[in-house]
Design a binder for this molecule. Structure first.
Ligand SMILES: C[S@@+](CC[C@H](N)C(=O)[O-])C[C@H]1O[C@@H](n2cnc3c(N)ncnc32)[C@H](O)[C@@H]1O
Length: 212
């Protein structure tokens, strides 16, 4: 009982924003190392739902090209040193997804290396965002979904985590054969999806077995 109480009490404060960003940056650094991710640069980052750009300004510096997608104009919040390589899309995520359909997988290689989904906090919208961008994520690339681990019922408020947590189960069910999926409680939940494919050597090794 004591452990449970302690856990509940710690949920809000157990992982600071800095630790959460460190987690995201560490996952990116490990997955996008040259040995595991043999794509030629430029590496491209997309953030859906940017707000005051706190995450964007922390994660986007790891990439060569960045896209900031928000229904509001977030230009003024973006670190000026990033503006030269950032495209700001003032639109809904649905409109952004529609705009990238021109780089369809049938016509050219998927172009996105990392997507952070943190726009409208509903299950339906998050799944629409995921389904929209996933075909354009390179093999071995990452998709992060925020707010997938509400601390308690209070956090199911649409202004907080909403019902985004439901997406994790759907991702495992519908994309489990195409991606690795891991959820952590960090900062009210970050779910990490790593697209599998023949170009990702680690996955390649597991499929074929050692020595083959
Ligand atoms: C929780 S905030 C994003 C926080 C930010 N990712 C961060 O970590 O600092 C959500 C943002 O999503 C934007 N948003 C809401 N609905 C959206 C939609 N349908 N398409 C794109 N952005 C949306 C809001 O304007 C808001 O700025």
């Amino acid at each position: 009982m004591a452990t449970q109480l302690k856990t509940n009490a710690m949920v809000d404060s157990d992982c600071t924003k800095e630790q959460y960003w460190k987690l995201i940056k560490s996952v990116c650094a490990s997955c996008f190392g040259e040995a595991h991710y043999p794509h030629s640069r430029p590496y491209t980052y997309v953030e859906i739902g940017v707000a005051s750009a706190r995450t964007f300004n922390t994660v986007a510096p790891l990439f060569d090209i960045a896209h900031a997608v928000d229904i509001g104009d977030v230009t003024g919040s973006i670190d000026p040193t990033l503006l030269g390589r950032t495209t700001v899309h003032v639109c809904t995520s649905d409109d952004y997804v529609a705009s990238i359909s021109g780089i369809g997988v049938e016509h050219s290689a998927p172009a996105l290396d990392c997507v952070f989904i943190d726009g409208l906090h509903t299950y339906d919208q998050v799944m629409a965002d995921f389904r929209g961008v996933f075909p354009y994520v390179r093999e071995g690339g990452l998709v992060f979904l925020h707010d997938t681990y509400p601390a308690d019922a209070r956090h199911l408020d649409p202004c907080l985590c909403g019902d985004v947590f439901r997406a994790t189960e759907t991702l495992r069910r519908d994309y489990g054969h195409l991606a690795e999926v891991l959820s952590t409680p960090a900062d009210f939940g970050v779910t990490i999806v790593r697209k599998m494919g023949i170009d990702a050597p680690y996955v390649h090794w597991m499929k074929r077995g050692p020595g083959e």
